[in-house]
Write a protein that binds this ligand. Sequence first.
Ligand code: GAF
Length: 393
Amino acid sequence: MKIPQSAEGLIDNVREQFKMNFGDDAEIVAFAPGRVNVIGEHVDYNGGWVLPAAIDRFLVMAVKARSGKEVRLATATYDGRVEFTLDEIAPGRSRGWDRYVRGVLAGIIGAGNDLTGFDACFDSNIPIGGGLSSSAAFEAATGLAALALCGGEMDRFELAKLCQHAEHEYAGVPCGIMDQAAVLNCKAGHLLFLDCENETFEQAPFKADGWRLMIINSGVAHELADGEYAKRRKACHDAAEIIGVSSLRHIAIEELDATLANESLNEEMRKCVRHNVTENDRTHKAVAALAAGDIEEAGKQMNLSHASLRDDYRVSCDELDYIAEIAQPLEGVAGCRMTGGGFGGSCIALVREEVAENVSTLISTAFSTRFKHAPKIFLTTPETSAHAFKTGV
Ligand code: GAF
């Protein structure tokens, strides 16, 4: 395993913080990246296809085993220090950030691993609420650190499902599998073309020479547990039942018009079906375009994706719409769309590296004028997935 250069500084800091908090060296370090989704949005929980990449922002966790069942968590990311025992990890014991840790530990122990207590210190530079999967990174790093502590082994997709379960049961977010699968399976320099029904994926090389992924964080914290996400998910599920398919992914683009003519579907369901079917089609087109080096076509599909998420799926917001509106026509921008769950969070743009600075300034100026705060903009390259390693001290 090669430690990503962009994670090195954070790893050093966290190891130092561990020593300051617990007076000793950590024995294992786990790191997990955030993710950005290039295209294929709000389709993962309907068995669809997604195209995320790991980003060069990480959560790092340093740990050391203790005898007994006590877990002590220290962090610079959130306020405070939390302590609990491994007998106190059932759902509902905490509403704080430590619920993610409790949820993952419960899954690891439930899978038959013999885990003892431990000390842990973590820190993250993945923007929280930025729609970049800071919570999936937290779960993945916890899972890998815990497995390394007890010498347990688990297939990465199984671990992703365990983390997804923790998110459902402990954070109350009925998310799909994309985020956890991405942070655990992405490969540097590649996009993860993931089939969420069959749980299979291809590593699609990001061979867009001279192009970069730009992330534009609106600074509007997205909150997926507030009900809208669950409502969309339910409308999709109900629509699939009426149509008679196990999930919306089984409706081909050629069948869309006939499907929408079904009089038993209400307007809400129709919009959800249309978004899912067209988004799956766009994702396949974007993957083919990227493989052929046709960045302009991939960008066009991203722009169409944004419109569908805004108009049919209604998960965008003024800030994200404005970023897309400003960015899409700019010279050197192939496409721009909201990314992740929406209702705030970030946009992703495919941008020519040589004009990236200029594009960033133009977006930032226009956005700041309208919303009175600046977006946080950065470029990323597809990074590696989560890993754990022994420190050797
Ligand atoms: C959030 C969820 F966690 C994912 O599973 C996915 O549904 C995404 O929103 C929308 O594509 O990130």
